[in-house]
Design a protein around this ligand. Structure first.
Ligand code: NI
Length: 203
């Protein structure tokens, strides 16, 4: 069920950027990821926190850590983004081979300007991605992400976004390599990335 409480015209060429929500149930989508039942990933075209259009093709040649969430998320998102940031630090020079991406599921509030305030708190290399509701919806569907807007009170505009919180590891050609469940430590993330790193010249 798509819940569109209000049409909101942002800076995305007049495209409404409210929270759309996934077309399938949480259980179905969690199952698809956890039991590897469906392909994960695919093309996206979104806007980064500097206002630049970014597609999946821009990141070919690098490993991707892809995380979907929203900046108003009280605990899960910041915890996982912190682990991603720490993992990048622990990778040292090898971090150059890895690009972390944070895709918002709440484009209504997470504008490029807002993401620009948020992503540097976790890592200087973290790229925040937003866009129109339809573009976000397409990206979330491709990664089998569950999300749904939940209003706190009927009388206010205040809401949260329920969402699945897997961290996806994607390969250099955009292929899916695996996922980390929410709450994965930085050490575990590094451990799963290491086998995919190019050895490069030994120093
Ligand atoms: Ni969250």
């Amino acid at each position: 069920m798509a819940i569109v409480a209000a049409l909101w015209f942002g800076c995305y060429g007049g495209v409404a950027a409210s929270v759309e929500g996934s077309s399938r149930s949480a259980a179905e989508l969690m199952d698809a990821v956890m039991w590897n039942r469906e392909p994960i990933g695919g093309a996206f075209e979104l806007i980064d926190h500097t206002g630049k259009t970014r597609s999946d093709r821009d990141f070919r040649g690098r490993l991707l850590l892809v995380y979907f969430g929203f900046t108003f998320c009280p605990d899960i998102c910041p915890t996982d983004l912190q682990a991603i940031g720490l993992a990048m630090d622990q990778l040292g020079a090898d971090a150059a081979q890895v690009q972390p991406l944070f895709v918002t599921l709440d484009p209504e509030r997470d504008t490029a300007e807002h993401l620009a305030q948020y992503v540097p708190m976790f890592h200087p290399k973290l790229i925040g991605l937003t866009g129109g509701a339809a573009a976000i919806h397409r990206a979330a569907e491709a990664y089998r992400v569950y999300y749904k807007r939940v209003d706190f009170e009927k009388s206010t505009a205040d809401y949260t976004v329920d969402h699945s919180a897997f961290i996806y590891l994607m390969g250099r050609d955009g292929n899916y390599l695996g996922f980390f469940p929410p709450g994965t430590s930085a050490e575990q993330i590094v451990g799963m990335i290491k086998p995919h790193l190019d050895a490069g010249p030994k120093k």
